[in-house]
Design a protein around this ligand. Structure first.
Ligand code: GTP
Ligand code: MG
Length: 311
């Protein structure tokens, strides 16, 4: 499992600037307009002694006007749920705002560590600027400059401190051959589980929860034509609260983690709905991660002849 670092903060504090620096991509849109990040939110982090996953939560529009969801969008709350470490970014030039306080209140309930990063502090007296952020109640504020890189390596090192670098041993079957890991990913309802069941068919299977993980992907042994495979199914059980569950079931973080674990990824798309932006982002990540990609176009049977040609 890659440690997952989630960048949280109100609009315009510099989340995407930090995301770009950590992933060295200029892809994520950085602009002087609040709420503009519409682009990529998930990337592999660099510059540390081990790989990690960075999630930029900007641009997820809150979709309700009451309660905590007003300050934080559902995707952000989901990401927080699945984070290993949260980096909460505030703007050192603007000082602590009521919205910062609201976000801090939510983050204080998180089980994972939260690091408080005071951004845009280049050329400023760091002790003075960061002092007022103690009131957020999230420990010592750490001064950084996303744009200039000051303090960035320190905060990442701190964030990853408690994670061991794990060299995974490839699993071998009885004959000593490597067992390929096949992840099956895709949006909810595209038919992932049905595909898994179809693959398994009459074969004897042993299903078990991946040991030592808090996330709920499931590994399944499959023997087909005398060869062994491990299927990784992300569609398994969810432990999340009922409210969130109802709004959004698709977890990109879980999907990415299973891609990282796998040698081959089957991306299941729905022929009747076509390829969504989400599908395209996931496909891009699979290729970037250097995994073999198989695109499975499911629900083919429901299409008319001319629709099949089009797909
Ligand atoms: N001076 C200074 N400006 C910065 C720094 N980091 C980011 N900025 C500027 O702050 C503005 C917002 O940066 P973004 O990275 O787009 O902010 P964001 O948090 O991703 O914003 P949303 O995605 O809209 O929530 C841009 O004009 C950046 O150039 C910094 O370290 N110092
Ligand atoms: Mg942004």
């Amino acid at each position: 499992m890659l440690p997952t670092l989630v960048l949280v903060g109100r609009p315009n504090v510099g989340k995407s600037t930090l995301f770009n620096r950590l992933t060295k991509s200029r892809d994520a849109l950085v602009a002087d307009l609040p709420g503009l990040t519409r682009d990529r939110h998930y990337g592999r982090g660099i510059g540390a002694s081990q790989p990690y996953l960075v999630v930029d939560t900007g641009g997820f529009e809150p979709n309700t006007d009451s309660g905590i969801l007003k300050a934080m969008a559902v995707q952000t709350l989901l990401a927080i749920d699945e984070a290993d470490v949260i980096i909460f970014i505030v703007d050192g030039r603007q000082g602590a705002t009521p919205q910062d306080m609201e976000i801090a209140n939510r983050l204080r309930r998180c089980k994972c560590p939260v690091l408080l990063a005071v951004n845009k502090t280049e050329g400023m007296n760091k002790a003075v600027v960061s002092a007022e952020f103690h009131e957020l109640g999230l420990g010592d504020p750490l001064s950084i400059s996303s744009a200039h890189g000051e303090g960035v390596k320190d905060i990442i090192d701190l964030a990853l401190e408690s994670f061991d670098v794990v060299e995974e041993e490839p699993e071998l079957d009885q004959t000593g051959e490597r067992v390929p890991k096949v992840a099956i990913v895709g949006r909810p309802n595209v038919g992932k589980s049905t595909l898994v069941n179809a693959l398994l068919g009459e074969e004897r299977v042993i299903a078990f929860d991946e040991p030592g993980t808090t996330r709920d992907s499931i590994s399944i042994d499959l023997e087909k034509n005398g060869k062994h495979y491990t299927l990784i199914d992300t569609a398994g059980v969810r432990k999340r609260g009922r409210v969130l569950e109802a709004i959004e079931k698709f977890s990109v973080i879980k999907t990415i983690q299973s891609i990282e674990e796998a040698n081959v990824v089957i991306l299941v798309v729905d022929a009747q709905e076509g390829i969504t932006e989400q599908d395209a982002h996931v496909a891009a990540y699979i290729l970037e991660a250097g995994r073999a990609l198989v695109v499975a176009i499911n629900k083919w049977d429901g299409l008319k002849e001319e629709e099949r040609d089009w797909v």
